[in-house]
Ligand binder design. Structure first.
Ligand code: PXG
Length: 467
């Protein structure tokens, strides 16, 4: 199909996620046609290094025949059956066992869903059910974080702390509130990172006391915030948060949808930070995005109560434990393990990226360059003031569009640039990624300087800046 024909159909009938429909209609979608390894290809013949692994999910990279074959075999044998009404099937049972073997030792059960958002809906219901069964139904409040992301269903967006989503989707689920995020570059520079990390944990404790220490059920957080801007907390943050939660007997929900399956150089982000969460929502890298599947890894404390004292848990989805998705996820985990990909991220690729990425911190446009495992962020600043650019300049979006036009997918969250490439990326491909990022920074700086000299800021949204 020609680019134009595809764009026309798309414009006429397709409403995209998180999109200004009118603006996209005027501009037209990019058409991605195929992909291999760490590269995606568009309908115009461009090859683009996918620095975002799709949407933080294609951990094994594109074109893995083993995953295709696992799906084909399972589809031939049993494409679908449900896991309601006391039924199961081999792929889901095997996947459950494998996940529990990879998870921290106190986690021995999994509840399957179709996505990360559904996983967080499940979490909300499980947590409240748990405390009701424990005879403490007044423990209802769940505390999340400002700028946290937990999905786009009503429960997911309520648990998340994205203000524009709350504004559009409200009213949110009652009994959920948010505390400040451990975003040192954005919100904490008046203190040392360590002091700021402790202050964020203290804010959590204050919130618990404000709500009533017997009324708080759980705290939900991503080990590293992904969609919020690849925000790695100061080293003091997680130990201090752990201590607060233990003091008031509050469950920890570590949302592993992005951090899970090797992104940070451990199977789960919680293992990297030494956390022992009661619940871990998962999705994305579980199947490397080849098929949609998510779930909640459930620690013994919650699972034992649900099993021993629970009766029926009135919750589940048609696609909970979908056999084909489960077979692909299982094969994906087997390949990650057989190829020692998580270890490679920890011992080789992560440190290698960290070295090169840190060098970008010297660029005049970069206020901070940080990375952990195969996740990285660049904070763009105006070299003239060393402060953020005027929002109207959309510096981050400009840099993102330049990246795309020169062959790199690098996302922007405001003026924070983000990468999270497939975990199978090679050192040479990391060199290419960093080189393209530097070129894009240079070009962004040049265009912003030109704009400042002459033109109204509207010119930034002109045809020239589009990929
Ligand atoms: N939790 C976390 C931590 C996520 O990052 C979800 C839950 C929801 O997963 P589903 O499968 O329902 O999308 C996510 C999803 C972005 C972006 O722009 C990030 C996500 C989804 C879409 C866009 O960075 N993360």
């Amino acid at each position: 199909m020609q680019t134009q024909a595809c764009q026309d159909l798309d414009r006429a009938h397709h409403l995209h996620p998180f999109t200004d429909f009118k603006a996209l209609g005027e501009q037209g979608s990019r058409v991605i046609t195929h992909a291999q390894g760490v590269y995606v290809h568009d309908s115009e013949g461009h090859r683009i290094l996918d620095g975002m692994a799709g949407l933080w999910c294609v951990n094994l990279g594109y074109g893995r025949r083993e995953l295709v074959e696992a799906a084909a075999v399972q589809m031939t044998e049993l494409p679908y059956y449900n896991t309601f009404f006391n039924t199961t099937h081999p792929p889901v049972a095997r996947l459950a066992e494998k996940l529990c073997a990879l998870a921290p030792p106190h986690i021995n059960h999994v509840f399957f869903t179709g996505s990360g958002s559904e996983a967080n809906d499940t979490v909300l219901r499980m947590v409240r059910r748990y405390w009701a069964l424990k005879g403490k139904p007044e423990k209802q409040w769940i505390i999340g974080r400002e700028n946290g992301y937990h999905g786009s269903t009503v429960a997911g967006m309520s648990l998340g702390g994205m203000a524009p989503m709350h504004d559009q989707g409200g009213p949110c689920v009652p009994g959920i509130t948010h505390v400040r995020q451990p975003y040192w570059f954005g919100e904490g520079q008046d203190q040392s990172p360590e002091a700021f990390g402790r202050a964020c944990a203290a804010a959590l404790e204050e919130k618990i006391l404000e709500l009533g220490e017997d009324k708080v059920a759980a705290f939900i957080a991503e080990p590293v915030q992904g969609a919020g801007g690849a925000i790695m907390p100061p080293a003091s943050y997680w130990p201090a948060v752990k201590a607060v939660l233990a003091k008031y007997d509050i469950l920890l929900i570590a949302d592993e949808v992005i951090c899970g399956f090797g992104r940070l150089g451990a199977w789960f982000g919680s293992q990297h930070f030494g956390l022992a969460p009661d619940l871990m929502p998962i999705a994305k890298g579980l199947s490397s995005g080849y098929l949609p599947i998510g779930g909640v890894l459930v620690g013994d404390r919650v699972a034992d109560t649900l099993i021993e004292e629970g009766g029926e848990f009135c919750h589940g989805f048609t696609y909970s434990g979908h056999p084909t998705c489960a077979a692909v996820a299982l094969k994906n985990l087997e390949l990650l393990e057989a190829e020692a990909i998580v270890e490679r991220v920890r011992d080789d690729l992560g440190p290698y990226l960290a070295e090169l990425w840190a060098e970008l911190g010297d660029h005049p446009l970069v206020g901070e360059a940080r990375s952990l495992g195969l996740m990285g962020a660049l904070e763009l600043i105006d070299p003239a003031t060393e402060e953020r650019f005027d929002k109207a300049l959309s510096a981050g979006n400009l840099c993102r569009d330049i990246c795309f036009a020169t062959g790199l997918v690098m996302r922007s969250v405001g003026d924070t640039m983000i990468i999270a490439p497939p975990l199978v990326i090679t050192r040479d491909e990391i060199d290419e990624l960093v080189c393209l990022a530097r070129q894009a920074l240079n070009e962004t700086a040049r265009r912003l300087a030109d704009q400042r000299v002459a033109a109204p800021t509207d010119a930034l949204h002109s045809e020239e800046t589009r990929a």
